[in-house]
Each structure stands twice: as C-alpha cells, then as structure tokens.
Write a protein that binds this ligand. Structure first.
Ligand code: GUN
Ligand code: ZN
Length: 430
C-alpha cells in the first residue's frame, strides 16, 4: 500500500556548512512524501504527487513540517534513570551517579525495562535512530537491540568495555570484552535494522591491552561502528596524559590500536590540539557534539564551526544521562547557544541538518535515514511549528520558513512532535 503524507517539507540539496545555508535547503510549503514498503518512494510537490498516485492513502499534516526522524549520534540508554543528577563534573559524576546506575543493568529485566523506556521517550521526542552505549553486561546490548527490533527502529549500539578505573562489578578483561563483543556482533550486526558499535568507554577505563583487543575486533569487522569518548573535560585530558605519557595526545591513545578511522564516532571532542584535529580529518573519523551535556557537566565549548569548516563529520547528540534532555530540539537549541558563546550564530538549516543528515553521516547511514529522498527509509517526524502559545505567537510573525522554524528549535519540546513514522508506520501519537 502507498501512503502519501502532505505538509511542509524541508530537504537538503547540499551540506549547509559547505554552502550558504539557505541555498542548501529545499523548502516546499505544500510538499509530499510518498511511502511504500517502509521506504520513501517519491518526494516532491504534494499536489503533483497526489495526481501521480491517486490510489495512495493520504494523510494531510497541513502546515506542520515533515522532516526525517531525528538521529541521536551519541547517548547512553542505561543512564535514563539518572538524567539530571545534580552537582558533579565528569569524573565525580561517573563515580557518584553513573557507575552505580549501570551496575543495576546486570539484571536483564532492568536492562529490558530501561531500553524500552528510553526508546519510547526517544519516539515521543521525534528521534527514530540512536547510537547508544550499553553497559558492561552482554545482556544490556541484547536488551537494546531487542527493544529496537520490537519497535522496528534502526539503532546502533554496543556493550561498553572497561577493564580499569571502574568498580570491580563493572570491570571486564581484554579477553572477555573482545569475546562478548564478538558474540554480540554475530548476533546483532546487520540483523534487521541493527548496527553494532564496538565500544571502549574511554581511555581512562580501557587498558592498552583492551584497546588493542578491540582494535583487532574492529579490523575483523570493519562495517561495525566504533564509539568512545574524546577530550570532554580538561581533568580527563590530564588524566589520560598521566596514564599515557608516551602518547602525543589523547587521540593517539586510540590511534595506536587502529581505533581512529571511518566509522569511529568520538563523543564530545572539545579540548582538541591542532594535531588531533588534523588527524581526525585525515582519518575520516566522526565527532558527536553533545551540547546539553557539555553545559550541564561543565565540560566546555566545542568548536563546531571550526571543526565543520575543516571538513570533519559531526553529528548531534543528547548524551543522556550526561545530557539533560531527550529532545533533539532542545539539543539544537543548546548547540546554538554554545556556538553563540564561541562567536558563531548557527543557521536553523545547519541545526536541522546536524540532527538529521549530519548525525546519519556520522553513523555511516547517509541516504539510509536522516534524509527526505527516494530510497531512504521512511522514518519521519512531523513538527507542529506552533505547539505552545509562546512559540505560536512568535511563529505568527514569521516572514520566512526559517523565522517560522527557529522558535520551535529554541523553545520546542515533545509537544511540537505531532506525528512520528518508523519504517512508514505511524507510531506517534501511539
Ligand atoms: N566519559 C566516559 N564515560 C562517560 C559517560 O558515560 N558520559 C559522559 N558524558 N562522558 C563519559
Ligand atoms: Zn557519552
């Protein structure tokens, strides 16, 4: 059966960081998305599509804006229960809140419940694809992929590996990290819509032997992603320097073991040296910008504009529970605020691109999700651009699409999410 969704549409013909942002976007105030067999079969002007496909079932979203579902390029589903925990910076925050919470996921029932809750919250907020850390427990990755499969969602994720500087109950070994990750790859990578991500938590909690084992695993399974953290807080960078005086910088502690290359997604990347930036660009590795987290944990201001100008792929991410919101709208707002503090005003086209195409590219899913184009999977969010009185009164004065959409980016939340489609199936309202 064919479905035709009508509404305002916004698609990107080019990267709005590489060309003038307004020219990169194609807006149609009467656009249409034709969906068939879970994919976008055609995309164009609504009335034209209607004439060409008279038998399609029509859903008219009116003035609402149809976009690709949001793609969250870095988050931690096990931390949903401790989101917005008060008063700590990164290392204290990990020890006080995160590790005790992650220990709870030793119980597969807790893992299943947390994964289900997190994916339901994501859909409520219009997020249809996520790359998540799991915990050290093999069952936490099974729970993540099972919950996504039950919802038909395209997700990526992996069992988090830690063999030092963590509580004993959350430590593995190089061998067990390798073997359990390998089993999970065999079970999940490429099954349905699942992508496995090899997941050393970060250098402070993975010994060189563990990073070496995971580098070898990635070399054996190069279509997997590799996710970790990089240069989030200055105390952390200093800790890595003390642990690895032999390394020129933080990135090199991963690079030595083959963990820097296409398909690597480094969270945060705030306190980078010029050499690290050059090496990231040369290697084709991607970054995940986590602006609510960076403000909430007090990490610092990522140089998004500079990194993108140098051609480094960057996606946008909530980093929950270090991040303080499940909303990619709120996350775009935080990216805007952080860029302003660095002297750049990000254009709404750039913000929307980061949350869709940019994150999809970081996950090596360009053209698969994050894009309104024929052949892409029909994961879609429909945004009400007048979802609260405050937003509505501002949008009513808008002269352009950008003026109409920016108040929703800055002030919107799950109330702006009018509908969500996963694989062409409407899942919100539930
Ligand atoms: N660095 C290492 N682990 C984590 C984590 O769970 N959250 C954040 N924000 N940074 C980290
Ligand atoms: Zn993180």
């Amino acid at each position: 059966m064919q479905q035709l969704l009508l509404g305002q549409t916004l698609a990107f013909a080019a990267d709005p960081f590489a060309t003038p942002p307004e020219g990169a976007a194609i807006h149609d105030s009467r656009g249409g998305v034709l969906v068939e067999n879970g994919r976008i079969a055609a995309f164009g002007h609504g009335p034209d599509l209607r004439r060409a496909h008279p038998r399609a079932a029509v859903t008219d979203h009116g003035e609402a804006l149809i976009l690709p579902g949001f793609v969250d390029a870095h988050m931690h589903y096990p931390q949903t229960g401790i989101v917005a925990s008060w008063g700590k910076r990164l290392i204290d925050w990990l020890e006080t809140y995160t590790f005790p919470e992650e220990a709870r996921l030793a119980d597969p029932a807790v893992a299943r419940q947390t994964a289900a809750l997190t994916l339901d919250l994501a859909l409520d907020h219009g997020t249809t694809t996520l790359l998540s850390f799991c915990t050290i427990h093999e069952g936490s990755a099974d729970a993540w992929f099972e919950a996504a499969e039950a919802r038909g969602m395209r997700v990526a994720g992996g069992r988090t590996c830690m063999d030092r500087n963590a509580p004993a109950s959350l430590r593995d070994t190089p061998q067990s990290a390798h073997d359990e990750s390998a089993r999970l790859i065999a079970r999940w990578h490429g099954r349905g819509r699942a992508t496995y991500a090899i997941t050393p938590r970060f250098t402070p909690t993975s010994s060189p032997a563990q990073l070496e084992a995971l580098g070898a695993l990635w070399a054996a399974h190069p279509t997997c992603l590799m996710q970790t953290h990089l240069s989030e807080q200055t105390d952390e960078v200093e800790w890595v320097r003390r642990l690895h005086p032999e390394a020129r910088d933080y990135l090199e502690t991963y690079d030595r073991w083959g963990l820097v290359g296409p398909g690597a997604v480094f969270g945060h990347a705030i306190h980078l040296t010029p050499r690290e930036r050059a090496r990231l660009r040369e290697a084709g590795a991607a970054l995940a910008h986590c602006p609510t987290s960076n403000a909430f944990i007090g990490s610092g201001l990522m140089d998004l504009a500079g990194l993108r100008a140098s051609g480094i792929p960057v996606g946008l991410a909530t980093d929950t529970g270090g991040g303080s919101s499940f909303s990619m709208l709120r996350t775009m707002a935080a990216a805007y605020e952080i860029a302003q503090l660095g002297g750049h005003a990000l254009h709404p086209a750039q913000l929307l691109w980061l949350a869709t195409e940019g994150s999809a590219a970081a996950l090596r899913l360009s053209g698969v999700v994050g894009r309104l184009a024929p052949g892409a999977e029909a994961d879609l969010v429909v945004l009400d651009l007048a979802s609260t009185p405050a937003i509505a009164q501002r949008a009513a004065r808008a002269g352009t699409l950008w003026e109409a959409v920016f108040p929703t980016i800055m002030m919107g939340d799950d109330r702006a999410v009018r509908a969500v489609y996963v694989g062409g199936r409407r899942v919100r309202p539930a």
